[in-house]
Design a binder for this molecule. Structure first.
Ligand SMILES: Cc1ncc(COP(=O)(O)O)c(C=O)c1O
Length: 404
């Protein structure tokens, strides 16, 4: 008789955004005349930039001719894309990463969920609290955690690193042993950023204790302050302790197009075994590469026209962030984020819980956000709004909230 992977039974509830979707659908059904503004899920709304569309069209045409047709992509990704990434995202930032240390993929969600496979189940995972749920759930599914403890609202055998107002939403170094440390900056959900000096402390800690940092830089394009690093490889010593995950979703609107990459430096070794070779083996066995057409679109992100157009797109969303942040402040809310990230993290007023505030905003303003507690127990009492809506919807949502 077969058995299931009963680690899945440890997972809590349904995925946060399914619960929100269900609540919004029920409300819409009962109130069909209400127009709902969604500032909940972190999905982009602006169309792909013209330089990307042009690259897509031309790649589609290539696929229609025998001379230029492409089949399976190279396992690690096309060189034209890996070279563009190495030059623009690393060399130009003074970070030493070579093209053959970059693994092109279909996005950071799958990479952040899959990367744990190359590590032993004995490793202890450390995550920020609140956290992008994928890091934790992927480790629960793999069996690297204990049971969920209803009292503490935490999984046993996981190091939770609270990120709250008191520490500026940047975690302190763990006091208990941790092997796989997930960090995400600029942060989803809190919208906070880490300075290069703070990140250097993490890199030094990891090298000192023999931990590995899995650094998710999906929101790197939104950084506006000079002291915030664009990649962990700006820090000295990161080549021996860090893996970096990047996505084309938020900097270039590829949420529906799908493209990302993972960087594993060849110096990252565990007892002489290169993690790069393990991930290359895993990639080669379980993944057949992002489509040629999409990788061509990714290359266009780094063209002069692409860079210019995407800078404007990021500025468009960050203008929304400013409208939300300033609007909420004027209304008396305590707000964080929105400076180096497209997320605004607000304190729920009058000690309401995150879900109570969700219902209040949905029912009274018809605005959808995300309850902070959905990202972990330290997110209780907070609420996330995203800047990824349209300008018009963002302005309208703020007008509604101000009138409450
Ligand atoms: C922190 C973080 N990492 C990764 C992702 C997923 O990125 P992708 O669309 O490349 O899978 C998201 C998406 O919201 C995210 O917030």
């Amino acid at each position: 008789m077969y058995k299931i992977n009963d680690n899945y039974l440890k997972l809590q509830g349904s995925y946060l955004f399914s619960t929100i979707g269900k609540k919004v659908a029920e409300y819409s059904l009962a109130n069909p005349e209400k127009s709902i503004i969604r500032l909940g899920i972190g999905d982009v709304t602006q169309p792909l930039a013209p330089a990307i569309i042009e690259a897509l069209h031309s790649a589609v045409d290539e696929m229609g001719k025998a001379e230029t047709f492409r089949g399976y992509a190279p396992e690690l990704g096309y060189e034209f894309l890996r070279n563009a990434i190495a030059k623009n995202d690393y060399e130009d930032r003074g970070a030493d990463i070579q093209a053959d240390e970059i693994f092109v993929s279909d996005g950071a969600k799958s990479d952040s969920g899959n990367i744990q496979e190359i590590f032993s189940l004995d490793n202890r995972v450390a995550v920020c609290d609140p956290v992008y749920p994928v890091y934790l759930d992927a480790n629960v599914m793999a069996g690297r955690t204990g049971e969920f403890n209803k009292g503490t609202e935490r999984f046993d055998n996981v190091v939770y690193m609270p990120c709250r107002e008191e520490n500026g939403f940047v975690p302190e170094l763990p006091k208990e042993p941790a092997d796989l440390i997930y960090l995400c900056f600029p942060n989803n959900p809190t919208g906070s950023a880490i300075t290069k000096a703070q990140l250097q402390e993490w890199v030094d800690y990891a090298n000192r204790t023999g931990a590995v940092i899995i650094y998710d830089a999906a929101y790197e394009a939104y950084i506006s302050e000079a002291e915030v690093p664009h990649t962990i490889f700006e820090c000295e010593g990161a080549r021996t302790c860090a893996i970096e995950l990047k996505s084309f979703s938020k900097n270039a609107g590829f949420t529906g197009t799908r493209l990302g990459y993972t960087v594993i430096p060849k110096d990252l070794k565990c007892g002489g075994v290169s993690l790069h070779s393990l991930w290359a083996r895993r990639h080669g066995t379980k993944y057949n590469g992002a489509p040629y057409i999409i990788q061509k679109a990714g290359e266009a992100v780094y063209s002069e026209a692409g860079k210019r157009q995407l800078k404007e797109q990021v500025a468009y969303y960050m203008n929304n962030a400013k409208i939300i942040k300033e609007g909420l402040k004027e209304t008396g809310y305590t707000v964080y984020g929105g400076v180096n990230a497209p997320y605004i993290w607000l304190k729920t007023p009058d000690k309401t819980t995150s879900w109570e505030f969700f219902d209040y905003l949905l029912e009274r303003a018809n605005v959808v956000g995300t309850p902070g507690s959905g990202f972990g127990p330290s997110g209780e009492g907070y609420f996330r709004l995203t800047a990824f809506g349209s300008y018009e919807n963002t302005v309208a949502a703020m007008e509604r909230i101000k009138k409450l």
